[in-house]
Design a protein around this ligand. Structure first.
Ligand SMILES: NC(=O)c1ccc[n+]([C@@H]2O[C@H](COP(=O)([O-])OP(=O)(O)OC[C@H]3O[C@@H](n4cnc5c(N)ncnc54)[C@H](OP(=O)(O)O)[C@@H]3O)[C@@H](O)[C@H]2O)c1
Length: 276
């Protein structure tokens, strides 16, 4: 189990990725994202998760610069958007993201969604960026088991990470098992179900027992299931609270109760049925 906010999981290529990070989906470009990133880095976070489509990569880059944390201590993720998928267009989108971020290498580049007929070409571009040393690890997002199997059939490099919607209402047990067996690190997006899970009576009860918040219980559940997690908040007190999960432990009974909340319910689209 990770012991602190800086602890890492080792990806299948040996690169170390923090178990915990800050997500910045729906965080506004400009001061909102700059301040969120700075608040996270000031409070010991090392990992930031953005995407081209979030339209806040410049602010993420500015926050990183202003925070003054040495680059090699950080783990920065961005993603290629659907309309940029394809080989040449992905290479170009990568350069645009890097320019906006103001970075000369990236830690993790992800295919944002499995766009049918495109993601294999996109993956070839990610493999090139990886081999050229532009990015330390490459992965995918929103891939079901069948997408992963299809990609791996032709891929030279197995994805190091699969970032998917994951929370107690969407436990993704089959996908998690598959990823573990293939050496693919699973990463949770919308770990708090965008706030919806915070009033769930079972989660509230477990939180009261441990004198923790519902958010802390959910994020700890992620880690005890060996899933990297990246909750989003623009509020410094929540950024601090969310990361304060390394000094308590959910019992087997707590974990069973949280696992039993699963109802395969999403807050986002199903990767088999999206139209963007
Ligand atoms: N790959 C993908 O397709 C994909 C899709 C969605 C998200 N993501 C990534 O995953 C990250 C996290 O997911 P998310 O942003 O969708 O949702 P989330 O982290 O599950 O929830 C964020 C919401 O919860 C609130 N919140 C955060 N901490 C809280 C706390 N301790 N107590 C009460 N409320 C709290 C936030 O409000 P405040 O900000 O006001 O605190 C915000 O409204 C994203 O930011 C993004 O980086 C990836």
């Amino acid at each position: 189990m990770p012991q602190n906010l800086q602890d890492t999981t080792t990806l299948h290529n040996g690169v170390k990725m923090p178990w915990f990070g800050l997500g910045v989906f729906k965080v506004q470009e400009g001061s909102e994202v700059v301040e969120s990133v700075k608040a996270a880095l000031k409070n010991g976070y090392k990992s930031i998760d953005t995407a081209a489509v979030y339209k806040n990569e410049e602010g993420v880059g500015q926050g990183i610069k202003e925070a003054g944390v040495p680059r090699e201590e950080l783990f920065i993720t961005t993603k290629v958007w659907n309309s940029d998928q394809g080989y040449e267009s992905t290479l170009k989108a990568f350069e645009t993201s890097m320019e906006k971020l103001g970075l000369d290498y990236l830690d993790l580049y992800l295919i944002h969604w499995p766009v049918a007929g495109k993601y294999k070409e996109t993956w070839k571009a990610l493999e090139k960026l990886y081999k050229d040393g532009r990015v330390r690890a490459i992965g995918v997002s929103n891939f079901h088991v069948h997408h992963l199997k299809d990609l791996i059939t032709d891929a030279e490099i197995t994805p190091m990470v699969n970032q998917v919607e994951y929370h107690p209402h969407l436990a993704q047990t089959e996908l998690l098992e598959f990823c573990k067996a293939e050496g693919i690190q699973m990463e949770a997006w919308s770990p708090l179900k965008q706030g919806e899970l915070l009033s769930d009576p079972t989660i509230v009860e477990i939180a009261e027992k441990h004198k923790k918040s519902p958010a802390q219980v959910i994020l700890r559940w992620d880690l005890q299931n060996e899933v990297v997690t990246i909750p989003k908040s623009i509020k410094e007190h929540r950024i601090i609270e969310n990361a304060d999960i390394f000094e308590f432990e959910l019992s087997v009974d707590d974990m069973d109760r949280l696992n039993s909340l699963n109802k395969n319910e999403r807050v986002g689209p199903d990767p088999d049925n999206f139209d963007f």
